[in-house]
Design a protein around this ligand. Structure first.
Ligand code: RUQ
Ligand code: CUA
Length: 701
């Protein structure tokens, strides 16, 4: 049991500071009337002073709830009163949910999810509307794969800093990359990698989002071909794909994208160089042993075979040279996709290896671009490489040899800056504004803060390259994410530990444990970096997230014009205007022109014949922010979200006669329940109205 709080002078001061902090902390976003009232005391120049009876009241609550002073301080740092906005938005992978989650910091409130690889009905994603073109592209080998294992989100960058425009996310299970437009927080594109079935190092962007990088993982025959494991070295290959991003279109430009063939090591996480290392990107690898497993035949299992050697290879890729080789046509087409083959990469001098210990996970470039930090997973150190030394070693051809495929291997001592011992299971590193790095320690279940050297050495009182302190987290931490902590200008202040099995942290929710996002206050240096909030994530296992300053996001509150096509992000001439509503027919093709406005659809009755091909266009004729409607036809598996101004189009075959109520699925007004109508599907002659059966299949072709 915690020590009861006593109303001592010190405690009084802490409580008063905590309360004053609540009232004076920076207020992001528009103040509404309620917020203004609440803050009036402060605005009148009267900082809140807790009266003795208020201190006594707080003390009583704290003791009843068994809260200590640290708990009260944590509450004061994170509690975000109604109406006040968060300072940061955390964009998190949603793991097996196939989605992205947006979470406010420091409140740790879930703001919304963004559907990417998995249909999501509230957003109307994948239930008949224009987003179905994205769902269509979710096919893998011709089969619709309606889920994803989202791993690493990447915000678009300008000069190495988040610009708040786009977000990319990789699907490890199916080697796909999704593109989200942060004006309306919708997925606009999903690309399937033509070379491989699954990936891992996705997504990472170059400093101006010229390219979205998708690194592979488990080597296969490029292009989905077959080869038995005995032919592993001969036929299996790794890859990294450079997806060209067209910012004006907000789409990956397939025609200008290409890949590089890599040896069949298991490439892992990546990071793009910036500033000093701009023009390069780096990928870790493991299983350079090229173990092929086969425990069922008495061979060493993968986990043993892939961890035998002390060193794996940090891949160092000069992407501008790769781009030049692609433009010069020095590629081979695999599955129709241009690939720079290994021998070309070697000949062009665009691919080098550096030895790295030991089955590493994250490679993370410092904000100034000078150093690459490799977290060794099976090694208690992080290994720091210097880009200057890498460039010098390449120029001087300081190789310790080459790998089996002829890729030159740089001499370890020539490129290594330093190794820093941190603890067990280092995975991933982030940075702050005070010259510190933060590395997750999976096996220790801790966040390690350590001091950087070089030009960072004067920013902190400690010796360079030294472990400073550790904070335990609950429990095994995968990645971590500091505020803007992988950009050229990190903010410090907050860090999120993406802790995995939360075991005893929350009420039992059955055997499946929520993950635990733990917020750490990293603003105080030299003392502690306490955990100040636990957020259970009960919808998947997120792998990585990025935290952006909220005021960088220029999200729309309503669509710019009524009749907006969110696919083209333009006004759509096909969007029905008020006064144009009705149903027209040409042969068996029926066109429904509908508007939606509080609180009715027009027309309210739509009659078609069985077998008709129906095109149903709806414009949400609304301009107010709080006027979203939904539109569903249950038995036809249709549900749309009609945000203010949005135009939607649904196509279906009216193949099941009957009377189908359609209604608005968003509680939009006092007369929301009345916002409905009927779709009448008249049976063709001799065909009785169908008896509803399972109601599950809709021909969406
Ligand atoms: S990964 S923690 Cu993609 Cu590190 Cu999972
Ligand atoms: Cu519109 Cu409910």
């Amino acid at each position: 049991m915690k020590n009861p709080i006593r109303t001592s002078m010190a405690c009084h001061a802490v409580l008063a500071a905590a309360s004053a902090g609540l009232l004076f902390s920076c207020f992001a976003g528009e103040a509404n009337a309620q917020e203004n009232r609440r803050r009036r005391a402060a605005q009148e120049g009267k900082p809140v002073e807790l009266l003795p009876e208020q201190v006594a009241g707080l003390t009583k609550i704290a003791n009843e709830r068994q809260l200590n002073v640290d708990d009260l301080m944590a509450a004061a740092k994170t509690f975000t009163p109604s109406g006040r906005h968060d300072e940061y938005v955390l964009f998190s992978s949603g793991g097996q949910s196939g989605q992205v989650f947006a979470i406010g910091v420091p409140s740790m409130r879930l703001l919304r999810s963004i559907a990417v690889f998995t249909p999501e009905s509230w957003q109307g994603y994948g239930f008949g509307g224009k987003d179905d073109h994205v769902i269509e592209s979710l096919k893998v080998n011709g089969t619709p794969v309606l889920w994803g294992d989202t791993h690493h989100p990447a915000l678009s960058e300008t000069k190495g800093d988040y610009d708040g425009q786009f977000l990319f996310i990789g699907d490890k299970a199916n080697a796909r990359v999704g593109v989200i437009d942060l004006r309306d927080w919708e997925t606009k594109q999903v690309v399937k990698n033509p070379l491989t079935i699954s990936d891992h190092g996705a997504a990472f962007v170059t400093p101006n989002t010229e390219y979205v990088i998708e690194g592979g993982q488990y080597a296969t025959v490029l292009g989905y071909g077959y080869a038995p494991p005995e032919e592993y070295k001969k036929s299996y290959r790794g890859m990294v794909t450079m997806w060209k991003f067209d910012r004006a279109k907000g789409r990956i430009d397939l025609a200008n994208s290409f890949a590089l063939e890599l040896p069949p090591y298991w490439q892992d996480l990546a990071d793009a160089g910036k500033s000093a290392s701009d023009g390069f990107f780096f990928i870790n690898s493991f299983n350079v042993e090229m173990a092929t497993g086969g425990a069922e035949k008495g061979n060493p299992p993968f986990e043993a075979g892939a961890s035998k050697r002390d060193m794996d290879y940090l891949h160092i890729i000069d992407w501008r040279k790769a781009e030049a080789a692609f433009r010069a046509g020095k590629v081979k087409k695999i599955n129709g996709f241009p690939v720079i083959m290994l021998e070309t990469s070697i000949a062009e001098g665009l691919l080098y290896f550096a030895p790295e210990p030991k089955s590493p996970h994250g490679v993370d470039v410092t904000p100034n671009g000078q150093y690459m930090v490799v977290a060794g997973k099976l090694d208690p150190h992080v290994t720091v490489y210097s880009i200057e030394k890498v460039k010098a070693a390449i120029a001087a051809k300081k190789f310790s040899g080459s790998d089996e495929f002829g890729v030159p291997v740089l001499d370890f001592d020539a490129v290594k800056e330093v190794q820093v011992e941190l603890g067990l299971g280092p995975l991933h590193t982030q940075f702050d504004d005070k010259g510190y790095a933060y590395t997750s320690l999976f096996l220790d279940s801790a966040v390690a803060r350590w001091s950087l050297g070089g030009e960072y050495a004067t920013m902190h009182p400690e010796q360079p390259w030294k472990l400073v302190q550790k904070t335990p987290v609950q429990y095994n931490i995968g990645h971590l994410c500091a505020a803007e902590g992988d950009t050229v200008s990190p903010d410090g202040r907050f860090l999120v530990s993406m802790s995995k099995w939360s075991v005893d942290r929350f009420l039992t929710t059955g055997p499946l444990l929520p993950q635990n996002f733990q917020l750490l206050d990293i603003s105080q240096t030299g003392t502690t970096m306490p955990v100040i909030y636990d957020l259970p994530i009960g919808v998947g296992e997120p792998h990585y997230c990025q935290m952006i300053k909220a005021d960088k996001l220029k999200s729309w509150k309503v669509y710019p014009e009524v009749g907006w096509n969110t696919r083209t992000q333009q006004l759509d001439a096909n969007a029905p205007k008020q006064g144009q509503e009705g149903v027209t027919r040409e042969g068996n093709k029926v066109l429904v022109k509908m508007t939606a406005v509080r609180s009715h659809f027009l027309p309210e009755h739509v009659e078609v014949n069985e077998g008709d091909e129906v095109t149903w266009r709806i414009t949400a004729v609304e301009t107010a922010q709080d006027a979203t409607h939904g539109f569903c036809i249950g038995a036809y598996n249709i549900n749309l979200s009609l945000e203010p101004g949005e135009f939607e189009e649904v196509r279906f075959i009216a193949d099941r006669p009957g009377t189908y109520p359609f209604y608005c699925t968003e509680f939009c007004s006092a007369l929301h329940l009345e916002m409905m109508g009927y779709l009448h599907v008249k049976p063709t002659a001799g065909h009785a109205a169908a008896v509803p059966t399972t109601g599950t299949s809709r021909d969406s072709k």
